[in-house]
Design a protein around this ligand. Structure first.
Ligand code: PBG
Length: 341
């Protein structure tokens, strides 16, 4: 004579199922804030800046709305604005006055990055200043290393490139950079740069290594911003194959052994598994680069009204941090910090 309802004991499956209600933790914004596992702060972000010589105008990048090529003094103003909003680091890229086969403009003490570093350090001494180390912005062929011909085929020579990268890194460090960030993907460059810095007595200058940097289609807009597209061929003989993750671990291991202070995964969004692997395998701070193409896709879709730009920005940055990144290099930095304030 028992009804179905009364025959159910507290331990029965149906009752148990209904007792477990994860939605209780999502009921109000206060409760959601209380149980939120991942929170991105402006202090987690690194803001990239493109610095041009004084003779050039300030120009917005067509494919990256909100991102500008700036002169040193404008870069300093932008850094001050960022610092006031809680951002603690900028990463500088330079567009030199001239290009040649070996990128010699990159170690000119009056180059845009050197002047940018000095101007930022004068305007905002507390700001951590990082400088990207690579030859591609400075070479007339647009490759990240020295080109040699082997059996009639052009090739990027690893070992001839190392001293040039070291020279460039030294020049940025001498101008006052707190960190240099080699993005060239030559073998042994972290060690070569570490040795050069130490020999020059610049032992306090750190290295943020682009350790797992993939040959990615997502760099397209950056090459417009930095005027650094390769004039022939592509970067697949030095940047990593997007299919590989074990190789990423090996690259990170080598950079750690050679003296990197931070390791980086780049790009971020299509490589969240690599960020997670970096976090699980290494104790150093892990940075992730939310690259130009990732930024431009959000801006383009938002402009068309197809997505809610700020909301998607938050979701993207949160996902990168949730995957395991301690630091995120992102063109959204200022916009994020403005909304956060
Ligand atoms: C220089 C460099 C690149 C980026 C950072 N440093 C371009 C490239 O490797 O072609 C890409 C950054 C971005 O897309 O936002 N080697």
């Amino acid at each position: 004579m028992t009804t179905i309802a009364t025959s159910i004991q507290p331990t029965d499956t149906i009752t148990d199922t209904l007792a477990r209600r994860p939605r209780r933790l999502r009921r109000t914004e206060s409760i959601r804030a209380l149980v939120r596992e991942t929170v991105v702060r402006p202090e987690d972000l690194i803001y990239p800046l493109f610095v041009v010589p004084d003779a050039r105008p300030k120009v917005e990048i067509g494919s990256m709305p909100g991102v500008w090529q700036l002169r040193a003094r404008e870069a300093a103003e932008e850094a001050l604005r960022a610092y006031d909003l809680g951002i603690r680091a900028v990463l500088l890229f330079g567009l030199p006055e001239y290009k040649d086969a070996i990128g010699s403009a990159s170690w000119d003490p009056a180059g845009p990055v050197q002047e940018g570093i000095e101007a930022i350090k004068r305007a905002v001494p507390q700001m951590a200043v990082m400088a990207d180390v690579c030859l591609c912005e400075y070479t007339d062929h647009g490759h990240c290393g020295v080109i040699v011909e082997r059996n009639g085929v052009a090739d990027v020579d690893n070992d001839q490139t190392l001293p040039l990268l070291a020279k460039q890194a030294l020049s940025f460090a001498a101008a006052g950079a707190d960190f240099v960030a080699p993005s060239d993907m030559m073998d042994g460059r972290v060690g070569a740069i570490r040795d050069a810095l130490d020999d020059a007595g610049l032992t306090e200058v750190g290295i943020m290594a682009y350790s797992a940097k993939y040959a990615s289609g997502f760099y397209g807009p950056f090459r417009e911003a930095a005027e650094s597209a390769p004039q022939f061929g592509d970067r697949r003989s030095y940047q990593m194959d997007p299919a590989n993750i074990r190789e990423a671990i090996r690259e990170m291991e080598l950079d750690v052994e050679e003296g990197a202070d931070m390791i980086m995964v780049k790009p971020a969004l299509s490589y969240l598994d690599v960020i997670r692997a970096a976090r699980e395998n290494f104790d150093l701070p892990v940075a992730a680069y939310n690259v130009s193409g990732e930024y431009s896709m959000v801006k383009a879709a938002a402009e068309r009204g197809w997505i809610d730009g700020p909301r998607v920005m938050n979701e993207i940055l949160t996902s990168i941090k949730r995957a395991g990144a301690d630091l995120i290099i992102t063109y959204h930095a200022l916009e994020f910090a403005e909304a956060y304030a």
